[in-house]
Design a protein around this ligand. Structure first.
Ligand code: BGC
Length: 755
């Protein structure tokens, strides 16, 4: 059977060029002459946004109804790749029914600052969580014969000037933080496509960066799929093609195809790149054709049920203090409830922009709570979303009166679409003043108050000490309202964990002062200390730490053991017991750091986690694998990841700041031979296996001569330290037995190829 790729040799240069840009907003060009059909790619990421046939050119009009699953900020909080995979399967099924070849997601950019307007579409501030959850989604989607598009590659961590700004990132944070999640997904789940981002990285557009799109993505990581541009991300089409950008989206006026064809006619390098890219487009078409046709209709109820389950698993119970001797949540069966806040009636369950789904239905918390609690619930909106709207005082007074008359007040607060969306960033992390004023008045009237938050990224919680219970309900997709009620009533025992730290103030956050940049550049000045790495390194107080989340039961950790496996990974085992009376889920987290390092390290980094269901009273032996490659840092001397040898601290716990046990374990290091130069220091020379022994005598003589006995101009110890950073190229001037020829010989011997 012929595949689309088989037609490549028959195509003219113009036909090949035509394959490398879209036909319109969502489809690729067919080549009817040889029977290559057009395929459709469309958003993404947490539901299908397929516009009806008569869609407008800009892709803004209403799309066909689809299930809106929890956006990534929610799903990431599940810390559960299997759940993500099941959601991915559902996304694949919906795409297949609609004959969509590729769904544009997941998005796994790092949440560098809580201010990024698009954080709701991203998983975490941590690359391992982003990569593991992202890989789960990709596996699920692609199991249905539908492609995914891993986006936005790379270092696209803000919306301000997103189409032109340069993310100026040093090699270590770039590799260890911003690329690591992408690397994980590419290697573990082989996405059919990767979408390059709009921004520049260190001055070069991602869309035309051969280092990013070819050297890193293909040569180093082994990516064999297709690179598509973000919509409108291409600046110079020919440069982009040569750099490794296969497909420009959306379709344009034909000028880029003509430019490519013209350049290919005269430049063999462009012609070769065109062959490669046209071939990859044909491969993508071939993969899409391999999918058996899927008959609808969509099982709307089953997918809604999955959306509800996923939303319930995404909710993070931040606080649940005892009031009158018992935790305020879950709400008892006979409690009377004042349900307050417009979000309870009009849920905000997704973010604005290209991910905006036309949901098959929407559950509100108000309807869901009424369904289970009937007359025990009374509702008052408490505020209008628009702070400038008339009548806020009256709405507040009505809600406060209601709160005073019921056993418990449950207040829904949050961010509106106007405050948080694709396309712009926030400039603070505060909830609207009129919402906070409502809460203050409600708490004064009834201290038995639960706060439920609807937000795509973290908000400051100035009230955290004044309310007994806080539920972080993110944006949870179309079933978020009923899922929230499941948690409030205890039908679901919460198990979500913070995939992003909640700081006290924006001024505390790592990128503060370096976000969103100016004059076309944003400097990633915090380096590797992103998210919890920053707060831990500075020993700062936070509102709620990374990894935090409560349950209605309790878990006890037994003795931790760790061993290095034959493949060099670290296998960690810990028995975890559910000591409460309810079944529940614990997210066991493993943080690792070298005890000593030659480079800056975060005090701890999450390297493995598992979400484990444990019945009341039962014990689970949880086994987690820390991959050896995840211990590595990016060594700028040799431009590769290097595992340092030595002792590593392995901490196991229920959050980054609730560590239940620590073991240390020895890890063998990677051999790194850094070429010696005249600038190599004596410390480096001594550490060198060949050069070290050669200079040992000279160094001893030197120490002898200068203050070895402590009587000289400085102590022997201080002298040894000073000499340690002395470059060998400068030694001849001091006449310590090493002349210029000797230095040259030393360097040549050290750098000589070895068997
Ligand atoms: C967004 C992408 C999206 C694309 C198509 C772009 O503006 O950045 O995430 O997939 O539009 O809608």
């Amino acid at each position: 059977m012929t595949t689309p790729r088989d037609h490549l040799p028959e195509l003219s240069t113009e036909e090949k060029a035509s394959l490398t840009s879209g036909r319109d907003f969502w489809t690729l060009k067919p080549i009817d002459r040889v029977g290559v059909p057009s395929i459709m790619v469309t958003d993404g990421p947490h539901g299908l946004r397929k516009q009806a046939a008569e869609s407008d050119h800009l892709g803004l009009s209403e799309s066909v109804p689809a299930t809106c699953f929890p956006p990534a900020s929610g799903l990431g909080s599940s810390f559960d790749p299997e759940l993500a995979e099941r959601v991915g399967v559902a996304l694949g099924v919906e795409s297949a029914i609609e004959d969509v070849a590729v769904i544009l997601g997941p998005g796994i950019n790092i949440k560098r600052s809580p201010l990024c307007g698009r954080n709701f579409e991203y998983v975490s501030e941590d690359p391992i969580v982003s990569g593991v959850i992202g890989a789960g989604l990709v596996r699920g989607i692609q199991s249905q014969g539908v492609g995914s598009s891993l986006k936005h590659f790379a270092a696209n961590n803000q919306e301000f000037e997103r189409m032109t700004a340069s993310s100026d990132v040093d090699p270590r944070p770039l590799r260890e933080i911003y690329l690591r999640g992408f690397e994980r997904v590419v290697k573990d789940a082989q996405p059919w496509t990767v979408m390059c981002s709009y921004n520049k990285i260190n001055g070069v557009y991602a869309s035309q960066d051969p280092w990013l799109l070819t050297q890193v993505l293909r040569d180093e990581w082994g990516f064999d799929g297709l690179v598509v541009s973000d919509w409108g991300a291409v600046n110079d089409r020919v440069a982009a093609l040569v750099a490794g950008l296969d497909l420009e989206m959306p379709g344009s006026d034909g000028a880029p195809d003509a430019a490519v064809a013209t350049a290919a006619a005269s430049d063999p390098a462009v012609a070769a790149a065109l062959d490669a890219s046209a071939g990859r487009v044909l491969d993508l078409v071939g993969r899409a054709l391999d999918r058996p046709a899927v008959a609808g209709p969509l099982d709307v109820d089953a997918h809604h049920a999955l959306a509800r389950e996923a939303a319930g698993r995404s909710i993070v119970l931040l606080k649940n203090d005892a009031v009158d001797g018992a935790p305020l949540l879950p709400l008892a069966d006979d409690t009377t409830i004042a349900l307050l806040g417009e979000f309870a009636r009009t849920p905000r369950f997704q973010g604005g922009g290209s991910s905006h789904i036309n949901p098959t239905r929407v559950d509100s918390a108000l309807d869901a709570l009424r369904a289970v609690a009937g007359d025990r619930v009374a509702f008052a909106p408490g505020f209008a979303f628009d702070p400038a709207a008339e009548g806020q005082d009256a709405l507040r007074d009505e809600a406060v009166a209601l709160a005073a008359s019921r056993d418990v007040a449950v207040v829904f607060l949050g961010l509106t679409d106007a405050e948080e969306s694709e396309g712009f960033d926030r400039d603070h992390i505060d909830l609207a003043a009129h919402q906070l004023a409502l809460l203050d008045a409600v708490v004064a009237a009834n201290p038995r108050t639960v706060v439920v938050l609807s937000n795509g990224s973290v908000v400051a919680l100035p009230f955290a000490d004044r309310v007994p219970a806080i539920v972080e309900a993110w944006l949870l997709g179309q079933a978020g309202g009923s899922a929230t009620v499941d948690v409030l009533t205890g039908a679901v025992n919460p198990s979500g964990r913070l995939a992003e730290t909640i700081p006290h103030r924006i001024e505390d956050t790592p990128a503060f002062g370096n976000f969103p940049g100016s004059n076309g550049h944003v400097r990633y000045g915090e380096g590797i200390l992103v998210g919890y790495r920053w707060y831990d390194a500075r020993d700062m107080s936070v509102a709620y730490p990374f990894g935090h989340g409560l349950s209605y039961t309790a878990f006890a950790y037994g003795e931790i053991s760790a061993a290095v496996t034959a493949s060099g990974d670290i296998e960690v085992t810990v028995p975890v017991t559910n000591t409460g009376s309810r079944d529940g889920r614990e997210v066991v987290q493993v943080y690792v750091a070298p005890v000593a390092s030659v480079v800056e390290r975060a005090p701890r980094e999450l390297k493995a986690f598992a979400s484990v269901e444990i019945a009341a009273g039962a014990t689970a032996d949880v086994v987690l694998t820390v991959r050896r490659e995840d211990l590595a840092y990016w060594d700028i001397r040799v431009d590769r990841f290097v595992v340092e040898g030595g002792s590593y601290r392995v901490e196991v716990g229920a959050s980054s700041r609730d560590l239940r046990g620590t073991v240390t374990i020895d890890v063998a290091g990677d051999a790194v031979l850094v070429p010696l130069t005249p600038e190599s220091t004596l410390t480096q020379v001594f550490a060198h296996p060949v050069a070290g022994p050669m200079v040992a005598g000279a160094f001893a003589a030197m120490q002898e001569q200068f203050g070895g006995d402590g009587d000289g101009i400085m102590s022997g110890e201080a002298m040894a330290k000073m000499m340690g950073s002395f470059p060998i190229g400068r030694l001849p001037a001091f006449g310590w037995g090493l002349d210029r020829a000797g230095v040259d010989q030393l360097i040549a011997a050290a750098n000589a190829p070895r068997a």
